[in-house]
Ligand binder design. Sequence first.
Ligand code: NAD
Length: 324
Amino acid sequence: MRVLVTGAAGFIAHHVSARLLARGDDVIGVDNLDPSGDVALKQARLARLGTLPGAAGFTFRPVDVTDGSSLRTLFEQTRPEAVVHLAARVGVRAPAGTAQAYVDANVSGFLQVLEQASAARVRHLVYASSSSVYGAGSVPPFQEGAAADHPLSVYAATKRADELLAHAYSHLHGLPTSGLRFFTVYGPWGRPDMAPLRFLRALRDGAELALHDEGRMQRDFTHVEDVAEAVVRVVDRPPQGAPACRVLNVGRGEPVSVRDFLAVLERRLGVPARVRSAPAQPGEMEATWADPSALERETGFRPRISLEEGLAGLVEWFLQQAGA
Ligand code: NAD
């Protein structure tokens, strides 16, 4: 299959692309190397894709998804059969003054992807939503059928807007769409701005780390290899019916507190954290907890890598990088 993957220099798309290439798919990777993230890391991920099994099937196109005319040309030239849209401005803790950038990348950019995917009549558009859409007042474990209309951050609001736009395009244009609500994804080649790698850096350097709300927040940490497997299985199974449209949780269904998560890392590295208490963040949910049963019903798969196993691999990778 020929799959267009947006955000290909990013964390999750890197693992999804690797998995698609390994099974013999052609991947057209798209990314604008957004400088709000770590550009050197994005380039390193792209370079690594060129060394993995199936690498000959990978081509990279430096396109900004908000640029409709470049995106149209790309679709016309490459004729993808499926699209995995993972490009986004990420993070619930948006710095002041960045709301427009979130809406541009996540809503306007997604609209362009919907337009081109509909025009190209792709078999399936799979796109990243987020557990943050559950917002305030959702009852755990979160189920897809529950209302999700009290977002706590601009980021969460853009992701919910994407789900609504996808529904409209599925209805109007018969475009099969699947929105995946990812729950706190971690693993090798991860995002330096997220807690796992922030904590690991602080532990390695003996630096102080800020623990918000005493680490009471609960997160349904989900390993990126499980996430990549879920994405590929969903790609292969477009939704049926009219409109051909669905959202699915991609989470393990076993939340742990951030404090306990940190304790596992302390144990693995054999050093205690130097913790500074910090207030709870207004854009953060107190807890996230996926009900993964719809994903399992639709794909026969549910995330299964335990936190102990996943963090063992992450720490090994981190120490290798640090020593390299
Ligand atoms: P990431 O930042 O590593 O990857 C996103 C990529 O998109 C980056 O490489 C960036 O350069 C690219 N990008 C941004 N704006 C773009 C644009 N206008 N045009 C082209 N490329 C653009 O993030 P990630 O953690 O891999 O997240 C992937 C997707 O999953 C995102 O949509 C994110 O919102 C969603 N998500 C992630 C998590 C998580 O825990 N990592 C949780 C929920 C949802």
